[in-house]
Design a protein. Structure first.
Lengths: 179, 179, 179, 179
């Protein structure tokens, strides 16, 4: 087992109502990942962006993202959400360092740079090279691979959920691929 | 007001019982700070460590640390806890970058590297130069200034709460002052 | 004295011809700084960009930038170039960490992302809050303060020397101020 | 080709005498790597340290290290030195980000924290997971794999060349593995 003392998944975790309640009272901790392809010397060549139908049926773009559970290590959470969103054959290479390239604060208030209608969430975001085949699961329709230049355009930013266009640009900047 | 949409402090926040309940169900988000003195070219010359009596009456050493509230920005939380622990005249210089030098995971399980009996907490930790006079408040007895070399000793690590000796060493490493 | 064993400035350093020769044979080490104004909780509110007449008499925009000398510490070099470009009353707050937000590679070859006709230079770049009054000296005509949003525009990028528009955007991303 | 405009290796580079001369006049740019083994979720499990006979015939420990050549990209230099020191089957995974975990300044002066008798060198250091088989070449006698705890001991630090024990500890801290 990779995390310290991961508990039985049920007892400590939250029912839907309890989670809804917590979301009105506490900032929730998230991890996010920007999947990338790299060349032989580690330079990012492509960025993977999820196409997804959101709760209101709109098609939006987003990143791999999900909540950290009670007792769960950050690496375990990151791995779990990568597998959930990219499928079991993506073979992500998690970073050796747990320090994110960005800490993003989502608020359920109008006017915030990053927004999330459901909650106040704070996400730790990582650039994660994937070496296998991505098959988006769950509610994701597709994973689109783009060049760093395309991923940084205003057109892509306008389609990204919750202001994540800026997060995507920060990801590119952190790997020296924002032009 | 510095944060986006900071709500009225009462309605959205938690009673003691609710907080106790949340602590058994969700990872809580913390910020931590290592107060330092720097010289004219930014090099860390001294590290400030709090001496405190913990719940069981033991004297332990710790860092500036505290929870992020619902709707509160990370910078606001960091500033609030610096003021709470170091007093209003410390004049901390918060970092321009919100990326922490370390993300620390505290678990309420034996065997974890970092432990917190009360909860699963994830803290974002920052090195923060302070330029004024520190007067520890609340339950802190004293702020002790040490050289980077002294702060990294096993003797200090043994007195640090919850495994924070390793966090302190990581702080020193992040500013090039771990020898 | 702040650096270890800083030598007498003359003997070990280079004549103009020797420097020209070295520039054809070795990558030269530079430091660069993006001067910023921050608010009370460390958030960047303005970015300072130098307006300068370059060797061909064109007006271009650039950042604080300069070579690291033999025997000189990086912090000393950074401080020296900040003082040279912003004047003695700028009161820059050098970062506690010597790790740059970006390592930029300038090549004297067409097609490189970052270019420098004179040389292969590798620069370590830092975001540096300044608290005093900036009076550009030497060949700088003016220091222009811009909002983070304005500094990230294509119009500004087009005026930046050697591709530094991308470096400026990376600086903004590193402090969570690229939108 | 992975770097921009990599020139013919001969013309622009330096003879032994010219290099000796440059070393007395300019800081030289180096890259260094701490080879590591990681588990399935990216956590560092082992650290590789080179055992080497130095110029005076003493046995010392060191890291992968080498100079950046004129016109050479940092990633290319890092890859070249990893291959030179670990052999062609090490299969290193270079980091997506070019920002080092540490910038280390080596001075040829007594009293400096990091020393190099030959020169003033500034190195950009990276933690690099290797996935294949390491067969040290050239003057390296052996690559020793150690646990993070063993690698951080005073005994290992005492054997590291030029003060690199502190660099090794900073590497461990950067990946959350300094205890």
């Amino acid at each position: 087992m990779s995390s310290v003392g991961t508990p039985d998944p049920n007892p400590g975790w939250l029912s839907e109502e309890e989670l809804a309640e917590a979301r009105r009272r506490l900032p929730l901790l998230y991890v996010e990942a920007v999947p990338v392809r790299v060349d032989g010397i580690g330079r990012v060549t492509e960025v993977g962006i999820l196409l997804r139908a959101n709760a209101s049926g709109d098609i939006t773009r987003t990143l791999v993202s999900g909540r950290v559970m009670f007792g769960e290590g950050l690496r375990d959470a990151l791995y779990r959400h990568l597998e959930k969103d990219l499928g079991p054959m993506a073979f992500p290479l998690l970073p050796a360092s747990p320090v994110p390239f960005s800490v993003t604060e989502y608020f359920p208030f109008p006017g915030a740079q990053f927004t999330d209608d459901r909650q106040h969430a704070v996400s730790l975001a990582y650039v994660v090279p994937v070496t296998g085949t991505c098959e988006p699961r769950q509610d994701a329709l597709e994973l689109t691979w783009m060049s760093p230049i395309e991923a940084a355009t205003d057109a892509v930013a306008a389609e990204m959920e919750g202001g994540r266009g800026a997060l995507l640009r920060a990801a590119l900047a952190s790997v020296g691929r924002l032009f």
